[in-house]
Write a protein that binds this ligand. Structure first.
Ligand code: NAD
Length: 418
């Protein structure tokens, strides 16, 4: 992983690359490259032993031209202002590329959650929710889970907000447990859109999914579910990794069994479906048909990109390639399906959850999955149209061309005020 790459600079570079193909004035472009506002808070929280500890937390609201700010909340030691800004920008273009009526936001706390008890995490989360309360809301900013947060944290944030506001507002946050207003299919949604994107890309590129070899970096929510859904299409998952390293079997292994093994033991290491253990770097450079980076950003830098042997890369993680890696893979004709499409299933089903909350209605899982498929397949078709008609170098630039145009149109139709 490259230490130097700044994800916010990567985002700005991606916007510049795509804007070159569009008729966007430099002043409007500046707006598209910077967040509207960033909340920075220091949360003073009482620990179980009575000490106070201070945690740095952020919420970036990047752009609201197309609807309420939308995006996850991450708990990780590497959370930084620039990372949150970048992730919030990617959300703007993600919601635009799949054409759901949201803007983009993102939040995070600088914390290693493994070092805290559940009651400490609850107080930390409720403290953050108290800071967020004035700037979030069903029509204002709708957070969601991200790395190291899930239904539990979303339920705490909803509860804190509702108590402070003396109301019921399940649509203030998405990714909730089903009984707290969550949606069927939300947990699998990111892996599912990764699978749909891989399926459509293989079809477009005239590649056979049956028997295709697949390596997945990061076997968490997004990666492990993408793995077994792609396996269900007939592909052969041969490698998977987590932060402890990678496992490999040239003949493939059962992706669901690997997920169960990791859930039981906390790691893939020692998984008996594998014949070999290897480093994460080895996994990323395996000679496979499909590589799915599904861990954190900047997993593949310019140097490593020269050694990537996959034909197709589908980005389940946000920002897994540095801009240099992107250039190298473009030059080497590796098809990269960008994060803003491939992992948009999470935010799309979040949108379905919000719609259900607002209608006080509950959809079946089948309906959620069908609607998600329609959104991703339609978005893929829009991307291909932009790719073929704009002479852009790669699918990422095509996705940004589609997304930026939609945001610019919404901004210009509204006009600038005050
Ligand atoms: P997660 O915490 O469930 O899983 C992350 C996995 O990556 C873990 O298995 C962890 O061990 C592994 N990992 C961490 N560092 C690694 C490294 N250096 N090498 C290999 N593996 C490593 O998180 P997630 O929800 O699956 O999110 C993963 C990525 O997908 C993030 O970039 C996130 O922003 C993105 N994403 C997730 C969702 C969602 O709905 N969960 C939606 C959109 C995007």
């Amino acid at each position: 992983m490259s230490e130097e790459a700044n994800p916010f600079e990567s985002l700005q570079e991606q916007v510049d690359d795509a804007a070159a193909y569009l008729d966007v004035s430099p002043d409007v472009l500046e707006r598209l490259k910077n967040p509207e506002r960033v909340l920075e808070a220091n949360l003073s929280v009482e620990m179980d032993d009575g000490r106070l500890e201070v945690f740095r937390a952020y919420r970036s609201q990047f752009n609201g031209d197309r609807g309420p700010y939308k995006g996850g909340i991450r708990y990780h030691p590497n959370v930084s202002r620039d990372e949150v800004k970048a992730l919030s920008g990617w959300m703007v273009y993600k919601t635009a590329v799949v054409d759901i009526p949201y803007g983009g936001g993102k939040g995070g706390i600088v914390i290693d959650p493994n070092e805290y008890s559940e009651s400490e995490l609850e107080r930390i989360t409720r403290s953050f929710a108290t800071e967020l309360r004035p700037i979030i809301g069903e029509d204002r900013d709708v957070p969601a889970p991200d790395v190291n947060t899930g239904q539990r944290e979303m339920n705490w944030i909803k509860d804190t907000y509702e108590k402070l506001e003396n109301t019921t507002a399940p649509g203030v946050i998405t990714g909730k447990a089903i009984d707290s207003g969550g949606s069927e299919g939300r947990v699998e949604a990111t892996g599912r859109s990764t699978m749909f994107t891989a399926r459509e890309a293989f079809d477009y590129l005239d590649k056979e999914m049956e028997g295709a070899t697949v390596a997945v970096q990061g076997y968490g929510n997004a990666g492990s579910i993408a793995a077994y859904l792609i396996e269900d299409l007939g592909a052969n998952v041969v490698a998977a990794s987590d932060s402890s390293g990678a496992v490999y079997n040239a003949d493939g292994f059962d992706a669901r069994e690997a997920k169960e093994f990791k859930a039981e033991t906390g790691s893939l290491s020692g998984f008996d479906g594998a014949t070999e253990e290897m480093s994460n770097e080895d996994l990323l450079t395996l000679n496979v048909d499909l590589l799915v980076p599904a861990a954190l950003e900047n997993a593949i830098d310019g140097d490593l990109a020269h050694d990537v042997q996959a034909d197709v890369v589908v980005e389940a993680a946000n920002g897994p390639l540095t801009p240099e890696a992107d250039d190298v893979l473009t030059d080497r004709d590796v098809a990269v399906l960008p994060d803003i499409l491939a992992n948009a299933g999470g935010v799309t089903v979040s949108y379905f959850e919000w719609v259900q909350n607002r209608q006080r209605f509950h959809w079946s899982e089948e309906r959620v999955n069908d609607e998600l498929e329609t959104v991703i397949v339609d978005a893929f078709e829009d991307l291909v149209e932009a790719y073929e008609s704009n002479d852009v170098p790669n699918f990422r630039t095509a996705a940004y061309v589609v997304a930026i145009q939609r945001v610019v149109d919404a901004y210009e139709q509204g006009g600038n005020w005050p």
